[in-house]
Design a protein around this ligand. Structure first.
Ligand code: PRP
Ligand code: URA
Length: 209
């Protein structure tokens, strides 16, 4: 079974509180989502292996450590996952970005795919699927399934807020995937929204609705 990591660093928790606040407008919401994504990237990459490298400082040779030839792929789920991409690229600038377009049918809550464009060497990359919200888990599970159908071999999932139902769904569908979240909220409401959550992540990011 994959592990679930709740990233409880004070900076992440403080910024998440501001993100949840209904009085936070789109510009601040976007900036904060980007900042939290950057802070979370720090933890999500914690298991990257290092290799020893000799570096010439102005004084002497230093035996140092650098990340060992890791190829990373970020896979935001459109639309709301886009809000987390730039923050992660700040820390992992060499990552390639693939996009999976999914929306939740408001009646059935089932994910509907409308776009998929991935780096060609997806099987050689450590993929991080990103989406602010893990609600029923339908969208994240479907995105991970697409990646596996395209031969992906290493996948993590990173979300800001999860519902227990979403975590359970991803764990059942993809027991090999570790999940990184900033918070696990209480439950879903009758419309599939996370309670207390932050509302509609896509609408708040892009000022729609
Ligand atoms: C939101 C969110 C997730 C999904 C989560 O996207 O960004 O992708 O819902 O819900 P689930 O876990 O129940 O599948 P939405 O479908 O609203 O699309 P949008 O990002 O384009 O607004
Ligand atoms: N999608 C969102 O944007 N918010 C939720 O609470 C659930 C799904």
């Amino acid at each position: 079974m994959g592990k679930v990591y709740v990233l409880d660093h004070p900076l992440i928790q403080h910024k998440l509180a501001l993100i949840r606040d209904k009085n936070t407008g789109s510009k601040d919401f976007r900036d904060l989502v980007e900042e939290v994504a950057m802070l979370m990237a720090y933890e999500v990459t914690r298991d990257f292996p290092l290799q020893e490298v000799a570096i010439e400082t102005p004084v002497a040779t230093a035996t140092t450590k650098m990340i060992a030839g890791r190829k990373v792929g970020l896979v935001p789920i459109l639309r709301a996952g886009l809000g987390m991409v730039d923050g992660m690229l700040r820390l992992i600038p060499a990552a390639k970005v693939g996009h999976v377009g999914l929306y939740r049918d408001p009646e059935t809550l089932q994910p509907v795919e409308y776009y998929c464009k991935l780096p060609p060497d997806v099987e050689e990359r450590d993929l991080i699927v990103i989406d602010p919200m893990l609600a029923t888990g339908g969208s994240a599970s479907a995105a991970i399934t697409f990646l596996k159908e395209r031969s992906a071999r290493s996948i993590k999932l990173m979300c800001l807020i999860a519902a227990p139902e979403g975590i359970k769904a991803v764990e059942e569908a993809h027991p090999d995937v570790d999940i990184f979240v900033a918070a696990v909220d209480k439950q879903l409401n009758d419309h599939g929204y996370i309670v207390p959550g932050l509302g509609d992540a896509g609408d708040r990011l892009f000022g729609t609705k």
